[in-house]
Ligand binder design. Structure first.
Ligand SMILES: [Zn+2]
Length: 421
């Protein structure tokens, strides 16, 4: 069924130093940390369901009872020594299909064997809903919020992945409370999502805006400040940009995605052409978000939006930005980024910026687009102010303030200004 991979590297036994398991909504990932290259085979057995990993010339240096098993799929883990190989068996609660690959050492990670387990017969059904959503006339605008890193990719030392997720969730809550808007998170827990997968999630959900949240580190620990980045088709505009691009690549190698393959040239030209539109929109969106952040953040990094060639922002059709909320490598900022109060500030500033952007550039078919056309309303017999507010997706309070009304009494023919969403 399976053959051992070609060349046998060394007769000296290498070691399994660690076994880590991660769960995301689609799969369970098993990562074996190894001290050397591996010859292996992976297969599944049924009745009862099991995953078997055989490794040639390896010693187990892990206490299996200490391996953290995520709930649901993996019930137990055990090992046995055979004359030619070491066998690791996982008892599973469901039948799965498995996919395995190895990763070369990268930065603090050594050789790794990765096995992804997916429930058998699991196909996604997201696409249809997204399509029908476009047909809907007063549809919600969709903001995809991307919490950087996660799972086996911790991001910058000092807790980047946790800060990203915490702010992403706060921002998502604000957006979901707003009429006419909804949000989708690329990850909602501590697991790794590949960069290309993140953009795929944005496309599938027909995102009108994509916001990636990071709090990266920098080798100069003094560097601090909040910044908003957009894609530069020509590559990095600064040393910081190049640094961050490298971090992004590191992130994918850490998380186990091979980004070495290049887009075919023709596809690239088409993407470059259609990208002009979304780059223009990205600039607009990033500028208003930056404006709001500049009002509330203690320090901004640089005076304008910044540009670099991030993979995660390379979407020809979707305006995208990356918010570097602060530098987690800076002592002062690290502390701020972990405080609830500061996280709320970041989320609410981004939210205000997003709202302003959709007011200025409402996407076709959205409630924002309908409301943008409606600037004023002439009162008809039987109208009440609260009804008018409701009909226009605003609040009574906002109508009162906007029109400087002393009370809620209306007369027929009176013109009410509608503030928009
Ligand atoms: Zn990051």
């Amino acid at each position: 069924m399976f053959l051992f991979a070609s060349s046998f590297q060394s007769l000296l036994a290498a070691e399994i130093k660690g076994i880590r398991l991660w769960q995301d909504p689609e799969k369970t990932r098993v990562v074996l940390d190894l001290t050397g290259k591996v010859e292996y085979k992976v297969f599944t057995l049924s009745n009862p369901s099991r995953l078997v990993i055989d490794l040639k010339a390896f010693e187990l240096k892990v206490l299996l009872e200490k391996v953290e098993l995520p709930p649901k799929l993996v019930k137990d883990i055990r090992s046995s020594r055979h004359s030619k190989f070491l066998r690791i068996v996982m008892d599973l609660s469901n039948s799965v299909s498995s996919k395995s690959f190895t990763l070369k050492p990268y930065q603090k990670f050594g050789h790794r064997l990765v096995v992804d387990l997916r429930p058998k017969g699991s196909k996604k059904k997201v696409v249809k809903r997204a399509a029908s959503q476009m047909m809907n006339k007063n549809r919600d605008v969709v903001v995809v919020i991307d919490a950087g890193h996660g799972g086996e990719d911790p991001g910058a030392p000092g807790g980047e992945k946790q800060v990203c997720l915490a702010v992403a969730k706060r921002l998502a809550t604000l957006i979901n409370k707003q009429k006419g808007m909804k949000s989708v998170l690329t990850r909602s827990g501590d697991y790794y999502v590949g960069l290309r997968k993140r953009t795929e999630i944005a496309r599938k959900n027909k995102a009108d805006l994509f916001i990636s949240l990071h709090a990266d580190g920098f080798h100069d620990k003094k560097v601090r400040g909040t910044a908003v980045w957009i894609l530069s088709p020509k590559g990095a505009s600064s040393e910081m940009g190049r640094w961050l691009e490298n971090q992004e690549e590191a992130s994918d190698l850490a998380g186990g995605v091979d980004i070495s393959h290049q887009d075919p040239l023709v596809a690239k030209v088409i993407i470059d052409l259609s990208m002009n539109h979304s780059v223009g929109e990205s600039v607009k969106a990033a500028e208003v978000v930056r404006q709001q952040l500049a009002k509330s953040m203690p320090k901004m990094h640089g005076k304008t939006i910044k540009k670099a060639a991030f993979v995660v922002l390379k979407m020809p059709d979707i305006p995208s930005m990356m918010v570097e909320m602060g530098y987690i490598s800076n002592k002062k900022e690290n502390k701020l980024l972990k405080s609830t109060k500061h996280q709320k500030k970041i989320a609410s500033s981004i939210f205000k910026g997003v709202k302003n952007y959709f007011r200025k550039s409402p996407p076709a078919g959205s409630l924002y687009a309908s409301l943008a056309k409606m600037k004023s309303y002439r009162v008809k017999s039987g109208d009440t102010l609260s009804e008018i507010a409701q009909r226009h997706g605003t609040s009574l309070q906002e109508l009162r303030n906007y029109n400087q009304l002393k009370n809620d009494r209306l007369r027929v023919g009176q013109v009410i200004q509608i503030p928009g969403v």
